[in-house]
Each structure stands twice: as structure tokens, then as C-alpha cells.
Design a protein around this ligand. Structure first.
Ligand code: G3D
Length: 201
């Protein structure tokens, strides 16, 4: 009887909560992506004007509900001095969204180094990685194959983890739904990182 009642309570009043990190160099479009995600997935959310977003210093957070899952996003600052804080969040995270500025060929190598350092952390073993090739609206930007080639020597470190490189334009929302839906499917199916149970408020 207790099991039945607690199962019913869980079904009605609890969600499985997953923490998703949004990482990448400064100016990659992390905050724009987060705002676009909240606008698309939260009913009644009135997003801030995307043109007013400035680069992340510190931490932006956001929460969305998709089916029975609650995704809590932590958008961390990407400046070099802030990257040293990223690993403080790894142990708690269920997924990583890594945003690349596809127009910034000059800093692509820097972005790859930050990505490689991040995936080398044991605390992220088994965590799904969504890599967003952002700013695809800009003419002559780097394509997904260009980015895959530039990041190809990271492949052994990615290992068996779920990983998707998704073209995206955070500014217009293109590719946002596909990326989030993929991430939800991966974190829900990931037996290595069980969710937290959260009462619905
Ligand atoms: P960050 O949080 O990674 O630092 P932001 O990045 O979200 O603050 O975005 C940095 C700049 O990139 C912003 O421009 C923002 O409008 C722009 N941006 C983000 N996503 C896209 C995109 O998909 N396409 C284009 N063309 N621009 C994008 P400003 O001019 O405010 O610095």
C-alpha cells in the first residue's frame, strides 16, 4: 500500500530534475541560447530582448519542464579567468551543452582547448555532450563538418559518451528544439547519473 501511495505521490507531485551546464567561450551565445530555450519551453515566459543580452559574467540560471523531466540550466561565464570555476559544477551535472561561435575562427583553437580540458575531467564521465555550432545565420561561418574536423582529436576523450554536434542559431531559435529534445532523451536514459527528485511547486 505504501509503495502504491508513494508511487502515486511521485507521479503527481514530483519531477526528475537534471542539471545541465552551458559552457563555451565568452561571446559564443550561451545566454542567448538559454533565453531562447526558456522562451520556447516555458509557457508564459517573457524573455528579455535578445539584443540586450550582454556576455555572461558569473552565472545565469534557468529551468524548463519537458514531459516529466525538469532541466535546470547553469550558464557559466566563459572568460578565461572564469573557466577555472567550471569544474566546481561537474559532479552535480547530468549533461553539458558546449556552445561554439561558428564565426570566430580565430578563437576556435582556444575553444577546442577549453572543450578538451572539460571533457578530460573524470567528474564528467558518462555525461552527454551537446555541442552547438552557433551563429549559423552568419554568412561564411564555420560549418558543422569544419568544426568536427577542428575538434577531431578530442574524439578519444569523448569515448562512449552520447555526443551530438548540432547546427544552431540561438538568435532566431533554429536548432534549439532539436538540441534540447536530444539532451532530454539522453539524460533521461542515462543510468550512470540518476536524477534528483524534486517536488513540483
Ligand atoms: P555568451 O553568453 O556566450 O557570452 P551572448 O554570449 O549570449 O551574450 O551573445 C554574445 C553575442 O553574440 C551577442 O551579440 C548576441 O546577440 C550574439 N549572438 C548570440 N547568438 C547568435 C546567433 O545565433 N547569431 C548571431 N548572428 N549572433 C548571435 P552582441 O552584439 O550583443 O555582443
Amino acid at each position: 500500500m505504501y509503495t502504491l501511495l508513494s508511487g502515486l505521490y511521485k507521479y503527481m507531485f514530483q519531477k526528475d530534475e537534471y542539471c545541465i551546464l552551458i559552457l563555451g567561450l565568452d561571446n559564443a551565445g550561451k545566454t542567448t541560447f538559454l533565453e531562447q530555450t526558456k522562451t520556447k519551453f516555458s509557457r508564459n515566459y517573457k524573455g528579455m530582448s535578445l539584443s540586450k543580452i550582454t556576455t555572461t559574467v558569473g552565472l545565469n540560471i534557468g529551468t524548463i519542464d519537458v514531459s516529466n523531466a525538469r532541466l535546470m540550466f547553469w550558464d557559466l561565464g566563459g572568460q578565461e579567468e572564469l573557466q577555472s570555476l567550471w569544474d566546481k559544477y561537474y559532479a552535480e551535472s547530468h549533461g553539458v551543452i558546449y556552445v561554439i561561435d561558428s564565426t570566430d575562427e580565430e578563437r576556435l583553437c582556444q575553444s577546442k582547448d577549453a572543450f578538451e580540458k572539460m571533457i578530460s575531467s573524470e567528474s564528467l564521465d558518462g555525461v552527454p555532450l551537446l555541442v552547438l555550432a552557433n551563429k549559423q545565420d552568419v554568412k561564411n561561418c564555420l560549418s558543422v563538418p569544419d568544426i568536427k574536423t577542428a575538434f577531431s582529436d578530442c574524439a578519444p576523450k569523448i569515448g562512449q559518451r552520447d555526443c551530438l554536434v548540432q547546427p544552431c542559431t540561438a538568435l532566431t531559435g533554429d536548432g534549439v528544439n532539436e538540441g534540447i529534445e536530444w539532451m532530454v532523451k539522453c539524460v533521461v536514459g542515462n543510468i550512470h547519473r540518476p536524477p534528483r527528485q524534486k517536488d513540483i511547486t
